[in-house]
Design a protein around this ligand. Structure first.
Ligand SMILES: [Zn+2]
Length: 159
């Protein structure tokens, strides 16, 4: 195969998109719900994964806290690509081949993703999945990373 799809997808853009979807109404503490926060560097596994400290309860959280992506060793772009390939109705076996994963890992990931991306108490996880699919349809097939970048550069109010 000439291209490896993983090399064509940028982790930084994945995090920007996740932030855009997840914090669309502002960064919010998953522990107490407060929006009062300050940036606190980044997660030690990835510089694009922002950390925050809640000014109300003092706890730390990051872009992936309380999402299915948290606590797994796969980079975010692998999860995003997995979602994308699920959207194309590929089997677990095909997804595993495409992403260089073993089938049991892939099965675990697709099962989790089907349950929803965000916090369990949130009731509309599908919206995010659909938007991620659309983003990568655009990014993947038309090859215009600039337009994707522009999309995710909305002015952010309180970061
Ligand atoms: Zn808090």
């Amino acid at each position: 195969m000439l291209f490896n799809i993983q090399d064509l997808v940028d982790d930084r853009l994945c995090y920007e998109k996740i932030r855009e979807l997840r914090w669309s109404e502002g960064v919010k503490c998953p522990h107490c719900g407060s929006k009062e926060h300050k940036r606190h560097g980044h997660h030690n596994t990835c510089e694009h994964r922002y950390r925050y400290q809640c000014k109300k309860c003092g706890k730390y959280y990051d872009d992936l806290s309380n999402t299915v992506f948290q606590g797994h060793h796969q980079p975010l772009k692998i999860w995003v690509l997995c979602l994308y390939l699920m959207g194309l109705n590929l089997s677990n076996r095909q997804i595993a081949l495409e992403l260089g994963l073993n089938e049991s890992d892939t099965h675990a990931m697709t099962s989790l993703l089907r349950e929803g991306v965000y916090e369990k108490y949130q009731t509309e996880p599908l919206e995010g999945i659909v938007e991620i699919d659309e983003l990568y349809l655009v990014a993947g097939h038309k090859g215009k990373p600039e337009s994707v970048k522009k999309k995710s550069e909305k002015p952010e109010s309180d970061v």
